[in-house]
Design a protein around this ligand. Sequence first.
Ligand SMILES: CC(=O)[C@@H](O)[C@H](O)COP(=O)(O)O
Ligand SMILES: NCC(=O)COP(=O)(O)O
Length: 241
Amino acid sequence: MPSLVVNIDHIATLRQARLGHEPEPVTGAHLAELSGAVGIICHLREDRRHIQDRDVEMLRKTINTRMHLEMAATDEMHAICLKTQPYMCCIVPEKRQELTTEGGMDVVSREAELTEFVKEIHAAGIRSSLFIDADPEQIEATARVGCEFVEIHTGHYADAADYKQEEIEFKKIADGIAHAQKLGLKVNLGHGLNYTNILRFKNIPGICEYSIGHSIMSRAIFTGIPVAVKEMRDIINTFVD
Ligand SMILES: CC(=O)[C@@H](O)[C@H](O)COP(=O)(O)O
Ligand SMILES: NCC(=O)COP(=O)(O)O
């Protein structure tokens, strides 16, 4: 059965709105774990707009499941990753002006650099994943880079303007999943998934993890984190292996 990994960046976003002390991402991570998350994701952005260095340090000490560190492919983040020793490092693209991650990494144009980057992460015993669009060329480049995992960006599907576009984006992802699996990559999905749009993936086999944050934390404002995480967990529990 696929696993649910919960992104807690959005707790830090609320805290950073006042640059204060609450809400505390560590508390949110612990509640998510108690409610069925098999791992916790935090994305240390270069601009530190939500997760801070202190969060990464505290989460590393307190997460009882798996820590997934999302980060850009920069020297600074590489050093932080090696120091932190997360369970998995997911390399994502960042743009300074974006509201949220807008698309996948261009692995094709950075293949040599990313191969070296990933090699050093593996040498430190850390699993690696690349966050990419469901594009065959990017999937093939990710396999050549030597990543064990790929996270296919579901944001274009989640943001589709109408049903027809949603169908097109869903088909691209379904094809991308099959292509990645054929190349031996383990497949995770994430970005913009919520309690309804995730249902389309129910019968797609072989998905390792769903990475979900914004929708769970949005619901948690009204229900609390335990209920919001459990409801998502219950949905994923009905999915095929
Ligand atoms: C790569 C990705 O999808 C996550 O990092 C998620 O979107 C939360 O981070 P942001 O809200 O900073 O985009
Ligand atoms: N990698 C995707 C992720 O961590 C969660 O994205 P979102 O659910 O916050 O859009």
